[in-house]
Design a protein. Sequence first.
Length: 235
Amino acid sequence: MKAKMKIKMGIDFLMTVLLFLLMSYQITGQELHEWFGTGMLVLFLLHNILNIRWYGSLFKGKYTLLRTMQTIINISVLISMLCLGFSGIVLSRHIFAGLPIQGPMAIARTMHLAASYWGFVLMSIHLGFHWSMILGMLHRLWGRKNIPHPSIWLERFMAIFIAGYGASRFYKQNIISYMFLKQEFVFFDFEKSAVFVFTEYIAMMGLGVFIGFYAAKGLRKLISRNGRVKYTVKS
């Protein structure tokens, strides 16, 4: 594996860890939340710098349905992160409090709330779109080229279980209401243990990965089938 790919994977892993920590505000508190948010923003900028070629290819090549979906999600993640960066700096009480940066606090708070949950959902789906590549790399690292059928079905069962639990927590926590600002204040349960909070968000991310993975898989099959049909007609 090339050094650049290792760096990319390391950054993506750290961003995933920070994402869980940022969503778990009732565990970390305000000051740590700001430090984690600053770290997330720095890593996100590095992630984009290392993938700068993607921006250069935006207006090149043919746009399939899969590529269109990936582009929409990627641009949406970028917008969410920019909104989070701006609103986070405006709302800062610790790291950026001494800087001469002012902004509309009410708008920044609302923006931060919506962008946080949209960012979490979109990043999870983004991860799902790349899950096949991640699984392939993991299987190669483990030296497993040919995976036994029982292992495949076990992985599928675990994926369905995690996604199902994630869907139940997504509904229970009423995430949709925060995403669409039906509720403008988050109600944190400070009595929940850190383990339970992280488990909830891991499951909800699992739901996003599940949706992204099978959406990408379905779109690839659709593109492949349409390609075969066109080839058959031309022949």
